[in-house]
Design a protein. Structure first.
Length: 258
């Protein structure tokens, strides 16, 4: 791909992101991030109604302010069968100490005004074992004492770590999940963020990923360009993707009849 083609794709992607405007236009946002809406989006299955069903979901929402045109913030929630409340994990860059936060916000809460979308949902059979693996991945996150919004490690680095450790999750973070490709200099080669392929990356600034979920993706200074063949789409910076939706859903029909 030529430099001219990359520039054209970048301008197209930024233009689409500006036109789509993922940033919130909701009451309270004008007062700054402290007043931004963080109520439930009404997306997560009712944990009381589905108390007997194990559930895992991964969400992503536009980051706050102007950064929302270019990047997303992801998090993961889950509950075991028999539980009537979710556990949520994400990485938060403000504050001191461990950046991995448990139940920092509502399971499906708006991210400072931005409505999240579901990237992954699994219910029912096999999910209990997946939750065990997710908890182990959370505990083994190697950057729990570090945070850098660009190029990482950040919240997307955290979810990418979980995706690598739990390939059954089938997590495909979008191209605008800046930080998902962060790798330390001493470990430039490894699994792609979904755990379904391979990746070479220098600090998340330059790299290449090839995987069943990701397709083919090139990273230049944290700007990702690629093609997804699994769910046909262009993978682009800013807008994330243009093409078919690639949300992974399993077990929903079985859970619905319980």
């Amino acid at each position: 791909m030529s430099l001219r083609a990359l520039v054209v794709l970048l301008l197209l992607s930024v233009g689409l992101s500006l036109a789509n405007d993922p940033r919130p236009a909701l009451p309270g946002v004008e007062g700054g991030w402290r007043g931004a809406a963080r109520h439930s989006a009404g997306i997560a299955p009712d944990p009381v109604r589905f108390a007997g069903t194990a559930i895992v979901q991964v969400y992503a929402a536009a980051t706050y302010g102007w950064r929302g045109y270019f990047a997303v913030h992801p998090w993961i929630i889950y509950k075991r069968a028999g539980e009537s409340a979710y556990t949520r994990y994400d990485v938060i860059g403000w504050g001191r100490g461990n950046v991995v936060r448990r139940n920092y916000a509502l399971p499906d809460g708006l991210w400072f005004g931005a409505v999240p979308r579901v990237l992954v949902e699994h219910r029912g059979e096999g999910v209990e074992a997946m939750i065990e693996q997710i908890e182990a991945a959370v505990a083994s996150y190697p950057h729990a004492d570090a945070y850098r919004s660009y190029p990482g490690p950040n919240s997307n680095t955290f979810l990418a770590h979980i995706g690598r450790e739990v390939p059954a999750l089938r997590l495909d973070l979008p191209a605008n999940a800046i930080g998902k490709d962060y790798r330390p200099l001493e470990r430039p080669l490894g699994l792609s963020p979904s755990g379904s392929g391979l990746q070479v990356s220098l600090l998340g600034l330059f790299g290449l990923s090839v995987g069943l979920e990701e397709g083919l993706e090139l990273n230049l200074l944290g700007l990702n360009f690629g093609i997804d063949l699994n769910s046909p789409a262009l993978r682009l910076p800013a807008i994330g993707r243009v093409g078919l939706d690639d949300a992974v859903v399993s077990g929903r029909d079985a859970a619905a009849v319980q």
